[in-house]
Design a protein around this ligand. Sequence first.
Ligand code: PLP
Length: 425
Amino acid sequence: MVFNSTDHSFAKKMDLEDPLKNYRSKFVINNPNEIYLNGNSLGPLPIKTKEKLEDVINKEWGERLVRSWQEGWFELSEKVAGKIAKIIGAKEDEVVVSDSTSVNLYKLVYAALAHQKGRTKVVSDEFNFPSDLYVLQGIVDQHFSDHNLELIKSNDQVTIDIEDVEKSIDENTALVILSHVCFKSSFFYNIKEVTKLAHEKGALVLWDLSHSAGVVDFDLNEADVDLAIGCTYKYLNSGPGAPAYLFVKKELQEKLQMPIWGWFAHENPFEFSLEFTPVKGMKKFQVGTPPIISLSAIDASVDLILDAGIENIRRKSVLQTDYLIFLAQKILLPLGFKLFSPTDNKRRGSHVAFVKEDAYSIAQTIKYNSNDTSVIFDFRKPGIIRLSVNPLYNTYEELWKTVNIIEHLVINGGYKTNEEINGVT
Ligand SMILES: *Cc1c(COP(=O)(O)O)cnc(C)c1O
């Protein structure tokens, strides 16, 4: 869609015609004058999730106590995995929900490198999430010291060229680990294209879906992906520290060995045998007792996404980020902001980044000092602000207001300088 109006009325019209407009009322909204564009860090709270958590705490835990394990808790992890499988285009017996994203990355990278014996190159990129890179460095340093971790570089700080990906992967590459949507610039890889490149050289591929699942449509099975991980507290709206998920393609499940042998990976955990025998299938990628409370939050939250339909969500996300970029091009770029995300929406996730030297002051002032409307968004060094749209929650009018608030602040001044803010904190 080509936008041609920066009028307030146009934003309102877009909201009226939005097929997903009813979903906003399914979230807890404490202050309608607070615009929340930070769902790429912590998704907002669905009302159903709040109710579900109250029920889990009061009834399942408070009243039923240990009996609840027999009344649904044991099956909860598989039930939730089945729902996430639908969102990421996997079969339900290819997904497990457990631990954090970083821990799941450790489990799968260790298993994949041990399986790919003889190949000593590990490929990632300089856009990957720092925690992911730390985990990779640790594994190579402590367990695979003859391996090399090579990071594909960006030529423009915003995108990665597919030719550079192709050049990095060779016959010695064991594993390629990339974030599907990169956390800083929102650059978005074509999963199918990169997976194919890796397979042609005999390498395995692991995708981190943390910044894409729930807001981008893709199909892991269709792209023949080997391994994937992702978190549930960003666009899956499942609350702080809710457990992450991991995916292993069916044909790899028996070939890979788990580096952590916990009792939930045992073929018969309640026999309390002193010898470890792994269970068959995906369950062996679990470790210990699942966090039932936050697992229940995922169970409730992802229903909203499944109900709205991931393709519809992606369609609105593209429209909203295109609209935001259109407004910024008309209003913010002339004021000194630079777009720090791909303009092509096929190369972009659900957040848009802009860069300006004094972005930190702008972000802080708008977050805390606004009289009527405040906007919560994210700042990253050096001078990058990220505005994230959650299509089930955010309106076009909120995007319009945000751009206008930033415009007025920059034109009228009145925001604290970096020095003033640093002096205070
Ligand atoms: C958010 C995020 C993580 C977070 O990892 P945790 O172990 O849950 O803290 C990891 N990788 C990527 C790409 C992320 O966006």
